[in-house]
Design a protein around this ligand. Structure first.
Ligand SMILES: [Zn+2]
Ligand SMILES: [Zn+2]
Length: 357
C-alpha cells in the first residue's frame, strides 16, 4: 500500500515528552476521505494512554481522538462527503461491519473489536493507529461525522467527539428527560458537557463536586443545584431522591454514598475510567433494587445524532485553546485537575513547530 509521511506530535517511550515526530498515513482507498486537522481535543484517556496506565500502550504513540478537520481529498467511491466539508473523527475509525452490534449501530461493542483512532492495531498499515495530534487523518467515510453548519466555534465542538458522546449515550439510553431528577458527579471535561446536555433534555440536575470553586460554575452551566460532596451532611439531604446518576470521575472514589442517593430502581452509571477497581457494598444495591452500570462512548449513528442535538441546542464545550507546543504542560495541568474544562489544540500550530525547535 502507498503511504504518505506526515508531521505529528507523539512519543517513542514512556519517559519522553510529546514532541514532533513523523508518521505515515495510508493513501486513499476508494471509501476514504482525507482531512486536514484543524482542532483536536485532549481527553483524560489520552493522558491514561500516553502514561500506559492501562498497560495497553504501544509506543510510538500519537494521541488525540476528538478531531475536527476539513476534507481535502476523497476516494473514488465516497458518497457522503465532498472536498471542503467540515468533518470529524472521534474514537472509532473501523469495526467489522457485520456482527450483531455493528448491524445495530453499536460499533463500540463490535465482536471483533473496534479500531480506535489511536493506539489500536492498524488493519491497513500494520503497527498501531495514530491519533489527531497530526497534520492529517485518513478514514473510511462510514466512520466520519458531519459537523453541522450552525456550529460556529469548531474548536469548542471538538470535545463533543469523545466527551460529548460519552455522556449523551447513557443520558439517552437511561431515558433522562423532563420528568427525571438526575445527579452528575464531577465537573470536568465530561461532567460540564453532561450538565449542558441533560439541561437541554429537560432534567432537574444536581451536581456533586469536591471543589467549592466549581459550585457556582455548575449553576452557570445549567445545574439546578450544586452540592459539595465532601460534606456528608449535605450529601445525605439527597438520600433516595434521584432517578439517575452519571458518575464522570476518573480517579478512585467511593460510589456507595452516591448509590444511596438513588430512588428505588435508580441507576448509577459510570463513564469515568478509574484505573483501580471500585468497591460496592451489597446493601447499597439490594436495598431499592438499584443498579450500578457503565457506558462507553457510542456508535457512529448516535455520535452524529449527538452532534445534531448539540448544534440544535447550541451546546459546545468550555475550552482552553492551546498550541501543540504547549501540550506537555496541558497534560500536566489535566492530571492536576487544572483545566476549565477541556484543552483543545489548534493544530495549525504544528506547522510552526519545526522552526521553534
Ligand atoms: Zn462488528
Ligand atoms: Zn476520550
Amino acid at each position: 500500500m502507498n503511504k504518505k509521511n506526515i508531521k505529528a506530535y507523539g512519543k517513542e517511550n514512556l519517559d519522553n515528552p510529546l514532541h514532533e515526530i513523523n508518521i505515515v498515513r495510508r493513501t486513499l482507498l476508494p471509501n476514504d476521505i482525507e482531512m486536514n486537522i484543524l482542532y483536536c481535543g485532549i481527553c483524560h484517556s489520552d493522558l491514561h494512554q500516553i502514561k500506559n496506565d492501562f498497560g495497553m500502550t504501544s509506543y510510538p504513540i500519537v494521541p488525540g481522538h476528538e478531531i475536527i478537520g476539513k476534507v481535502i481529498r476523497i476516494g473514488t467511491d465516497v458518497n457522503n462527503f465532498k472536498i471542503g466539508d467540515i468533518a470529524a473523527v472521534g474514537c472509532i475509525v473501523d469495526s467489522c461491519g457485520k456482527c450483531e452490534y455493528c448491524e445495530h449501530d453499536l460499533e463500540q461493542f463490535c465482536d471483533e473489536g473496534v479500531t480506535f483512532s489511536f493506539n489500536s492495531p492498524d488493519k491497513h498499515l500494520g503497527g498501531m493507529t495514530f491519533g489527531g495530534f497530526s497534520e492529517k487523518y485518513v478514514c473510511d467515510e462510514k466512520y466520519v461525522l458531519h459537523v453541522p453548519k450552525n456550529i460556529d466555534d469548531l474548536a469548542a465542538a471538538a470535545p463533543l467527539l469523545c466527551a460529548g458522546i460519552t455522556v449523551y449515550s447513557p443520558l439517552k439510553h437511561w431515558k433522562v428527560g423532563p420528568d427525571k431528577k438526575i445527579g452528575i458527579i464531577g465537573i470536568g471535561g465530561l461532567g460540564h458537557i453532561a450538565i449542558k446536555i441533560a439541561k437541554a433534555m429537560g432534567s432537574y440536575i444536581t451536581v456533586f463536586t469536591t471543589s467549592l470553586s466549581k459550585m457556582e460554575d455548575a449553576k452557570r452551566l445549567g445545574a439546578d443545584e450544586a452540592v459539595l460532596s465532601t460534606d456528608l451532611e449535605q450529601l445525605n439531604k439527597y438520600l433516595r431522591s434521584l432517578d439517575f446518576i452519571l458518575d464522570t470521575v476518573s480517579a478512585k472514589h467511593d460510589v456507595n454514598s452516591y448509590l444511596n442517593l438513588l430512588k428505588h430502581d435508580g441507576s448509577l452509571v459510570l463513564v469515568g475510567l478509574p484505573p483501580e477497581p471500585l468497591e460496592i457494598g451489597a446493601f447499597n444495591v439490594v436495598i431499592g433494587r438499584r443498579s450500578f452500570s457503565g457506558s462507553n462512548i457510542g456508535g457512529i449513528a448516535e455520535t452524529q445524532e449527538m452532534l445534531d442535538f448539540c448544534a440544535k441546542h447550541n451546546i459546545t464545550a468550555e475550552i482552553e485553546l492551546i498550541n501543540i507546543q504547549e501540550v506537555n504542560e496541558a497534560f500536566e495541568k489535566l492530571e492536576n485537575g487544572n483545566v476549565k474544562y477541556r484543552f483543545v489544540v489548534d493544530m495549525s500550530s504544528l506547522e510552526q513547530s519545526q522552526k521553534e525547535i
